[in-house]
Design a binder for this molecule. Structure first.
Ligand SMILES: C[S@@+](CC[C@H](N)C(=O)[O-])C[C@H]1O[C@@H](n2cnc3c(N)ncnc32)[C@H](O)[C@@H]1O
Length: 501
């Protein structure tokens, strides 16, 4: 067995592997990625249950998506979601990457492997490199996430101990459960390792909060490797890949990712690889999400930003709130942020189109506008969008909502009562969007019974599902509906998540 198959991996959405976001990593680092404005092909290696891939396929109907995974259960689940959502631009293949017949794959513009490379044997890793060498086009992008050193240094003994506490025959869920229980017991009894390493101490808390499927897939695979960054760079150079940057997007702005006392060290750094190594030490990084380009990279200029579109999925009132990164806090309060946030709350578009939405922006020096826009992107308040759009407020007499995409209707039905967030897909944003439960609840109500019936419907449904006692208090549902109609509905219509009638 090269990878555990007796316990499905939990469904999880990875926004960092979204095509537009990956291409933007390239731009941030002065590199021109592949043209994603029309048809392109994206292949997800070790795609799991296809959660991310199905969301991308629903958002970008002109592109083609291929998911490959060893697990029959994962592929069956991914296909079931795609079929129910009537997605015609995504296909799933059950195959071992170590032995994949590459002739069956088309030329690819993007290859992604999230949660795969560190957890599989060398035969699979070399299969990934073979695929990239043979099928990723020149100028194509690869996204590869890995467990990182030195962050894993003090944590590796925890894995060894958990493995030794059970044998393979016991099944992955049972092994994970025993392993976590043992770590907890040792920590509570005052074992020295947990006193010496804060990271090891905290890891036990993290494991206690995680579901067993995550613990099993993270710790109990027979192959497991944490890489020092230069190792991963030289290993991937053998298939023609060159490192360009990392995800999440703010990781491409060093000043946001290390405390100020280290800024001089980074300024003196002789190469990007050296900076990355230093940063991994400074941050004690355990996980990296890196982006590479195949072959010689064409350079991108600041002017190229003019053809990018930006939008937001954040409420207007939250757009300029202070942002806390791991090592710094950033105020989004200088005078440029208010009109920029105003423009983003009116629609999505190129920097020029945003300027038209808030003409006062034209009075701000262009570098300040650019810095502010990028800071909103790094803060996760704005992001690259596929299309321009306008938020229109329709007349107040509307009654019902519908969800134009079958994918979104299916997602709402399967996730509303079972998950803290509902993953939807926006053709305007060109990617998946996770909505919190309360937004999803109002959407479900507006689709089922409309505005006038919402409060009664929500009361009955919440009581039946034994959910949300606070919401059932007098007035809370009326307030929830009013706030949604005032602030949330029309931006969601502009994102084509909803339409009204
Ligand atoms: C940790 S999961 C990540 C799944 C998905 N990328 C995600 O982020 O949710 C790793 C996936 O890689 C798949 N996998 C492991 N070895 C593989 C191999 N040799 N060939 C194809 N898929 C493999 C597993 O079945 C599993 O679905």
């Amino acid at each position: 067995m090269s990878y555990i198959t007796d316990l499905p991996y939990s469904e999880g959405y990875c926004p960092e592997q979204s095509p537009l976001s990956l291409a933007f990593v390239a731009w941030l680092n002065g590199v021109r990625g592949p043209d994603l404005s029309g048809a392109f092909t994206y292949c997800d290696l070790g795609c799991g249950q296809g959660t991310s891939l199905n969301a991308f396929a629903a958002a970008l109907p002109e592109a083609r998506f291929i998911g490959i995974d060893l697990s029959e259960a994962h592929i069956a689940s991914a296909r079931a979601t795609a079929t129910a959502a009537k997605l015609e631009n995504v296909e799933y293949r059950c195959a071992d990457l170590a032995e994949l017949d590459l002739d069956t794959l088309p030329e690819l513009q993007i290859v992604a492997a999230h949660g795969l490379y560190s957890w599989v044997p060398e035969s699979c890793r070399s299969g990934v490199r073979r695929l990239i060498r043979a099928r990723l086009c020149e100028g194509g992008l690869a996204y590869i996430s890995t467990n990182a050193m030195p962050g894993w240094g003090p944590l590796m003994p925890l894995r060894d101990l958990m493995l030794s506490a059970s044998s393979e025959g016991q099944g992955s869920a049972e092994r994970a459960s025993r392993g976590v229980a043992l770590l907890k017991e040792l920590r509570e009894a005052g074992a020295a390792l947990f006193k010496a390493s804060r990271a090891a101490y905290n890891m036990v808390d993290q494991l206690l909060e995680s579901d067993l499927s995550y613990v099993a897939h993270e710790f109990f695979n027979p192959s497991w490797k944490a890489f020092y960054f230069p190792e991963i760079v030289s290993e991937l150079e053998t298939c023609g890949l060159h490192f360009i940057g990392s995800q999440p997007l703010h990781m491409n702005e060093f000043s946001l990712t290390v405390p100020t006392q280290f800024h001089a060290l980074f300024a003196a750094s002789e190469s990007r690889v050296e900076s990355e190594v230093h940063r991994d030490f400074v941050r004690g990084e355990t996980f990296r999400q890196d982006v590479f380009i195949k072959g010689a990279a064409a350079s991108a200029s600041v002017e190229d930003l003019a053809s990018w579109r930006f939008g937001t999925t954040t409420r207007r009132s939250d757009l300029t709130k202070k942002k806390t990164f791991r090592h710094c806090e950033v105020e989004l309060s200088s005078p440029v942020f208010a009109p920029l946030a105003g423009a983003l709350s009116l629609g999505s578009g190129t920097p020029k189109e945003l300027e038209e939405l808030a003409p006062v922006l034209a009075e701000v020096p262009s570098e300040d506008r650019l810095d502010a826009l990028l800071l909103l992107v790094f803060a996760g308040r704005a992001m690259p969008f596929a299309r321009s759009s306008r938020v229109h407020r329709a007349p107040s007499g509307f009654q019902r909502c519908t969800m134009p995409l079958e994918y979104n209707r299916q997602q709402l039905a399967r996730s509303l009562w079972t998950r803290p967030q509902v993953l939807l897909s926006s053709p305007v944003a060109g990617t998946g969007i996770e909505l919190p439960f309360l937004d999803a609840l109002v959407i479900e109500g507006l689709c089922q019974v409309g505005v006038s019936g919402f409060v009664e419907w929500a009361k009955a449904t919440l009581a039946e599902k034994e959910r949300g006692p606070k919401l059932l208090e007098r007035g809370a549902l009326e307030q929830l509906l009013a706030a949604f109609l005032a602030e949330r509905l029309w931006p969601l219509v502009a994102l084509e998540l909803l339409s009204v009638s």
